[in-house]
Design a protein around this ligand. Structure first.
Ligand code: XMP
Length: 329
């Protein structure tokens, strides 16, 4: 019969027979479900001839690098090189305000780092890596090449999406896409069989350009990134504590490039405004803003202003998609 166990066995067989005994394979991990499950599967088939890279672009959430590296290494035993490229990314993003320009810069820097990783690997192994693992899903396949008459159009022309998937075309790597016939829920099921921690499999989607599209305007303004990380962590932790995390498609904070007047103690303040966004959705194409209880919002707002220096105002985004998008940039 057809089961996810069979799919897994079959995939492993295919990978073993495709990848030659001397071949090496590389994979860029984003910290998301798809690339993690794809890498874990390939690792099971070919062991340490798989070489993964995780790039800290300086645009990650609170403790994100530590958290995902712990899952990769301790839970999944994946061979991962972690590259801290914070300075490289932030220096290129300095002064940039246009959202699409930010995405382009981030995509380009990523390719640069990936290239260097592949070259280092070639030096070390004495041969070029031949395959690249990508966590492409079935909906991605349909989306980039809609079946005739399906009425689907290419959906991501509104924003250029730079998943870690957008990799160098001139590297002549052959693709391994073990998830390309699966839907998201099937990937989660596969991940469960591969012992990817349940909490990890349920993580909300996170955009490739990371916090760059959640700090409106110049990402490097003041300590915007640090403020945003703290606010976002309080919001997400509160959502988890309230048992709402799995009901919500995506939740996050946004840093606004404005200041407003407030009063804290007997001091007049002129500080930052942050916005909270939470939506429910089936696939991210449309979304409804999430109704929190007033008590929940009140607690979160107080916690943020009491513990994050430089924030004196919290607002909630109450627009659905359309007319808004899920992200603010
Ligand atoms: P929007 O904001 O277009 O987002 O309603 C829909 C879904 O896509 C994610 N998103 C991105 N993901 N690179 C990504 O990998 C991007 O540039 C990007 N922009 C938006 C967003 O988080 C939501 O899940």
């Amino acid at each position: 019969g057809w089961s996810m166990e069979n799919v897994l066995d079959e995939e492993i067989k295919v990978i073993k027979s495709t990848v030659g005994a001397e071949d090496h394979v590389i994979c860029a991990l984003s910290g998301g479900v798809d690339s993690t499950v794809a890498a874990t599967l390939v690792h099971k088939a070919i062991g340490d001839r798989l070489h993964c890279i995780f790039v800290d672009n300086g645009l990650l959430r609170f403790k994100e690098r530590e958290r995902v590296m712990e899952t990769f290494e301790k839970d999944l035993h994946l061979p991962v090189t972690c590259v801290d490229a914070t300075e490289q990314f932030l220096s290129k993003l300095k002064g940039v305000v246009d959202p699409e320009t930010k995405r382009k810069i981030i995509g380009r820097e990523f390719i640069c780092i990936f290239d260097a990783f592949a070259h280092d690997l070639e030096q070390k192994l004495g041969r070029k890596p031949t395959y690249l693992v990508q966590g492409t899903l079935y909906p991605d396949v349909i989306e980039s090449c809609p079946p005739p008459g399906s009425g689907r159009t290419h959906s991501h022309t509104i924003k250029s999406h730079h998943n870690v998937g957008g990799l160098p075309k001139d590297m002549k790597l052959k693709l391994i896409e073990p998830l390309k016939l699966l839907f998201k829920d099937e990937v989660r099921e596969l991940g469960r069989i591969l012992d990817v921690p349940q909490g990890f499999l349920k993580r909300h989607p996170f955009p490739g350009p990371g916090l760059a599209v959640r700090v409106l305007g110049d990402v490097t303004q003041g300590n915007a990134l640090d403020i945003l990380r703290l606010v976002d962590e309080i919001f997400i932790q509160s959502i988890k504590d309230a048992g709402l995390y799995d009901t919500i498609w995506q939740a996050f904070a946004v840093f606004l490039p404005v200041r407003s007047v407030g009063v804290q103690g007997d001091q007049r303040t002129h500080s930052h405004v942050v916005a909270l966004r939470a939506v429910t959705s089936q696939d991210g194409m449309t979304a409804d803003w999430y109704y929190f209880e007033h008590k929940f919002l009140d607690d979160v707002s107080r916690k943020i202003c009491n513990s994050v220096r430089g924030v004196n105002r919290v607002v909630q985004d109450i627009t659905s998609k359309p007319p808004s998008t899920i992200e603010w940039e």
